[in-house]
Each structure stands twice: as C-alpha cells, then as structure tokens.
Design a protein around this ligand. Structure first.
Ligand SMILES: [Fe+2]
Length: 143
C-alpha cells in the first residue's frame, strides 16, 4: 500500500508531523523493497527492523510529551485511552517480530503485511487519537 502524506494528517506540531511523515515514507519504502526480486531476505529483515524501531520510538516521543506536560491531569480519559492504544499496537508488533525470527516465514510478504498494518494503523490513529491531544500540546507551547 502507498501512504502519501496528506495535509489532513497534520496535527500542527512540527516534531510529531515530521515523525509521522517520515514513518509513512519508511512504510512505503519497505513495501517497495519487499517487492523487488533483487532484494535479499537480509535486507528486508533490516528494513523491518528500521520500521519497527522508528514507530516504537515515535510512540515513546508522544508519551514523553504526555508526561512532560501532564496530559493526564488535563484529560485523564484520553491520556489513558491513548497509551492503551499504543500498548495494543506494541503487542501486535511483537507478534510480527516473532514471525521475523521464524525461518519458515515468507519475509517479503511479512514486510508488506507489516508495512500495510503499521501505515494503516498510524493514519487511523493520527486522525482519531493524535488529533485529540494536539490542541492540548499546542496550548502548552509546542510548535
Ligand atoms: Fe499516538
């Protein structure tokens, strides 16, 4: 799946938008590389590793801001739901990563599955949950 950036994905905070944008590029890249006959399994494995590391770091960045600006005291419900959504996503990623280690796995297909899953998840997550914290972080001075 291709994940072109759209203006509607912007939450108006530079650091977050950059991470979201860059992640969608990696997901796109992983998809394209995994379709190439000339790309080795090892290379596909390292693209998956890059993709995973980047998205997990991104979730940690958001959670760091929640803590730093005490989102919990401002909107406890959405703070809780948001971190929970990240936790569920992290569990899903762990299942994918278990498959990476399995020698019987079709690694190229797995790369496409991970790319589609993470890219699709991120877009849905931005449009629903990330949009909810944006006004709060902006009000605390993030740009
Ligand atoms: Fe998030």
């Amino acid at each position: 799946m291709r994940f072109p950036w759209k203006a509607e994905y912007s939450v108006g905070i530079q650091v977050i938008d950059q991470q979201h944008r860059h992640f969608l590029e990696i997901a796109d890249y992983a998809h394209r590389r995994s379709r190439s006959f000339f790309v080795s399994k090892k290379e596909v494995g390292s693209v998956i590793a890059e993709l995973t590391e980047y998205i997990l770091n991104h979730l940690a960045t958001e959670e760091k801001y929640f803590k730093e600006f005490n989102y919990e005291s401002f909107d406890p419900e959405n703070d809780r739901l948001h971190v929970k959504a990240h936790d569920i996503f992290r569990q899903d990623m762990e299942q994918y990563l278990t498959k990476v280690k399995d020698p019987g796995t079709n690694i190229k297909k797995l790369a496409r599955d991970i790319s589609d899953f993470t890219g699709g998840w991120l877009i849905g997550h931005i449009l629903t949950m990330d949009k909810k914290y944006a006004p709060f972080l902006l009000s605390r001075g993030l740009k």
